[in-house]
Write a protein that binds this ligand. Structure first.
Ligand code: NAD
Length: 291
């Protein structure tokens, strides 16, 4: 199937990146959010990131202008009905995603492929509540989208071959690499990554190390480019907690229980970089550990 117009729902840290790479690859993009402020912020971020690509010589000023010209923002969700492909990338809460799909369904063209950028929620379950489970799948980008090479493509139980092949062709046109994952809680990357981050929070909670020593240990001792707590702040602690809950509920194994300290940070609204504070405080010149 030929994809020309792509709808992106949710203009947060992931949604703006998805709109960026899609428009840069030549797709017309309709970017939706319930918040006008989020849309303005997303366009400012896309512009800033494109400028960085221009100054780094990776794209030309003309390509940047054309990319920006291919992105339209809207708070009107039904306006996405005519898109060939929709990537839902709103907040990681099933009821929010469910409401978005319910509101979109009556307006979709018959051929529209529906996908979700969810980090962990069951693709099969989301698909089963739509009128097109065979045209539904997981389209999971990594953060930051313009930089990270991988896209996980997750097949629900009913996803058909044409839908998978169409999404695979989109990933290839983006110049990215697809990993195909079966639909089990948190798929491949987060099934492995999140228990490691959660274990780092337990290590902090139990006083085995502090924020700095834990991050330094994994950076210098395991050659990770970022420490696990720094990475958790980057991802968003609410997202990390949501994924741990999905693993815990979905796999029914206590080894996935979220660390109470992670829950406490989320309850405090210390969600990481996006709120200015998490395991580090980002409000000053340099990040300062909060424990
Ligand atoms: P975010 O909090 O930065 O952005 C979420 C956006 O969704 C906000 O702008 C919010 O206003 C918007 N939103 C909420 N309800 C909406 C609705 N009804 N209609 C339209 N927009 C709505 O979150 P994020 O980090 O961009 O995560 C988005 C999705 O991407 C989640 O499913 C998350 O699991 C997934 N994801 C996140 C990461 C990561 O590292 N943060 C990586 C891969 C995938």
């Amino acid at each position: 199937m030929d994809i020309r117009k792509v709808g992106v729902v949710g203009a947060g840290q992931m949604g703006n990146g998805i709109a960026h790479v899609m428009a840069l690859a030549g797709y017309d993009v309709l970017l939706n959010d319930i918040s006008a402020e989020a849309l303005d912020k997303a366009m400012a971020t896309i512009r800033r990131n494109l400028e960085r690509q221009v100054s780094g010589g990776r794209i030309t000023a003309e390509e940047m202008a054309a990319t920006l010209g291919r992105i339209t923002t809207t708070q009107d969700l039904p306006a996405l009905g005519g898109c060939d492909l929709i990537i839902e990338s709103a907040t990681e809460r099933e009821e929010i995603k469910q409401k978005i799909f319910d509101a979109l369904l009556p307006h979709l063209a018959p051929h529209t492929i529906l996908t979700s950028n969810t980090s962990s929620i069951s693709i099969t379950r989301l698909a089963s509540r739509t009128d097109r489970p065979e045209k539904f799948m997981g389209f999971h980008f990594m953060n930051p989208v313009p930089v990270m090479q991988l896209v996980e493509l997750i097949r629900g139980i009913a996803t058909d071959r044409e839908t998978f092949d169409t999404c695979l062709a989109v990933v290839e046109r983006l110049g990215k690499t697809a990993a195909s994952a079966e639909d089990f809680p948190a798929f491949i990357v987060n099934r492995i990554l999140m228990p490691m981050i959660n274990e780092a929070v337990y290590t902090l909670y139990e006083g085995v190390g502090n924020v700095r020593s834990i991050d330094q240990s994994l950076k210098l001792g395991a050659n990770h480019p970022m420490g696990p707590l720094e990475l958790a702040d980057f991802i968003g602690l609410d997202t990390c907690l949501a994924i741990m809950n999905v693993l815990h509920d979905g796999l029914a194994d206590t080894k996935y229980r979220p660390c109470p300290l992670l829950t406490k940070y989320v309850e405090a609204g210390w969600l990481g970089r996006k709120t200015g504070r998490g395991f580090y405080d980002y409000r000053g010149e340099a990040p300062v550990p909060t424990r």
